[in-house]
Ligand binder design. Structure first.
Ligand SMILES: [Zn+2]
Length: 327
């Protein structure tokens, strides 16, 4: 709990100002006088970038990309494609969602998704393949318990792979590759304040079951003012009253889990800053992290691969310094 509090302090003090700068940059790009809440998630006035090509071409682009990225990712992706370990094409009555799972008898990852023509299709090749790559690497470890990774570690693998694959985005987005990378970068950054806010909200409301529905909404709105000060809900009474949290199903479904994504995103951004200076060195660290899997505790894994501990003061300040140097 103390560690989480320390992380929140860093987010509010060191990261929110940076995220707000990115919102401002988005406002200018969109050519708006003012950002309104409907503009959240909109990055380009002409529409957010979409992948070019059909599902088969997207998978083929993924194969080419991973074969160029490293020998390990090449072997992994050939294994996935040759053994038809992707069920990603949508069909009537198919379950929604997307995930990677592991088939122990075959020492094999498996990816399920629903391609729908949005940038989410490319995310399957970057994010879900990040999980799958780590699952495939961990399969080479005879101690099965080492594969029992916790969520912040698992999401570090996937969210970091999203950044390691950015140099190949022209294969997926054609002449809008740069737009996609910009959108992905901003989206990744602005998630940290939002996710941390969801976590703080849960702590407050689950700590005090006596809060009235109205008081809970006030808590949310108050947190929004701290974490997302640019938000303007004017004209929408429901959100202005603090009801936006109703759309975040994790608050009901899996309380106190959301912070794992924020910790993982912090690690992914550490890798992003690192690869901007030295891609190969950052990749070697990432590969080591994948191999270490769950053989050690999270904070010790970080020490072994040369990442800063997100719970320690200064971690986010360093991240912002690294990222600001590049934008
Ligand atoms: Zn994931």
């Amino acid at each position: 709990m103390e560690e989480k509090r320390a992380f929140r302090e860093q987010v509010k003090r060191d990261f929110v100002p940076f995220a707000e700068k990115l919102h401002e940059r988005r406002r200018v790009r969109l050519g708006l006088d003012h950002l309104h809440f409907e503009d959240e998630g909109v990055y380009f006035a002409g529409g957010n970038p979409k992948p070019v090509g059909d599902p088969a071409q997207i998978l083929e682009a993924g194969r080419g990309m991973y074969n160029e990225l490293s020998p390990e990712t090449g072997k992994f992706m050939n294994f996935m494609c040759d053994n038809e370990l992707f069920d990603v094409i949508g069909r009537k009555t198919k379950k929604t969602g997307g995930y990677m799972t592991y088939l122990p008898d075959y020492k094999s990852p498996f990816i399920f998704a629903n391609f729908n023509g949005t940038s989410g299709d490319a995310d399957v090749i970057t994010h879900e393949c990040g999980h799958a790559f780590q699952g495939w690497i961990a399969a080479q470890d005879p101690i099965r318990e080492h594969a029992d990774i916790t969520m912040e570690t698992a999401e570090t693998h996937s969210m970091s792979m999203e950044f390691f694959t950015q140099p190949w985005m022209d294969r997926f987005f054609g002449d809008r590759a740069k737009d996609y990378s910009e959108m992905h970068f901003e989206d990744s950054c602005i998630f940290i304040p939002y996710g941390t806010m969801v976590d703080e909200f849960q702590d407050i409301i689950y700590d005090d079951p006596s809060l009235s529905p109205k008081a809970r909404n006030q808590v949310w709105r108050d947190l929004e003012r701290q974490y997302k000060p640019h938000l303007d809900y004017s004209g929408n009474e429901y959100y202005e009253d603090g009801c936006f949290w109703q759309r975040q199903h994790h608050i009901y479904d899996c309380p106190l889990y959301y912070i794992d994504y924020c910790i993982a995103q912090t690690n992914a951004l550490q890798y992003k800053a690192w690869m901007d200076c030295d891609y190969r060195q950052a990749w070697e660290s990432y590969l080591k992290l994948c191999r270490l899997s769950a053989s050690d505790f999270f904070t010790s894994l970080l020490v072994q691969v040369g990442l800063n501990n997100p719970f320690e003061d200064g971690c986010l300040r360093e991240v912002v310094k690294g990222l600001e140097a590049k934008i």
